[in-house]
Write a new protein. Structure first.
Length: 100
């Protein structure tokens, strides 16, 4: 019985760690996208496409984001890569267990 209790505790610890990692990743991706928008968008009132904002980073030296980040941003955030933001936000990857 004690072994089963320890297994349950380990499962709960792992679930909690996965949940915290997922939440931290979602918040971080949101902050990255917001920062990109703030640094590249010179128009207000519309939401520019992430693809266009990353392209602007690549083509402009005055954006303030190193061009070396462009391949990483494309790989993580765009459909031509793994599109991590959409996979996580829209629930295509294992998510958080509900406790209610």
């Amino acid at each position: 019985d004690d072994d089963n209790d320890n297994d349950d505790d380990n499962d709960n610890d792992n679930d909690g760690r996965r949940e915290r990692t997922l939440i931290a990743t979602l918040l971080s991706l949101n902050m990255v996208e917001s920062s990109i928008r703030n640094l590249t968008d010179d128009t207000h009132g519309r939401a520019p496409l992430l693809k266009d904002m990353i392209e602007k980073i690549e083509n402009s030296s005055d954006v303030g984001i190193p061009i070396a980040l462009v391949p990483i941003l494309r790989t993580l955030l765009l459909p031509s890569g793994i599109n991590l933001r959409n996979l996580l936000w829209h629930g295509f990857l294992p998510g958080i267990k509900t406790h209610w």
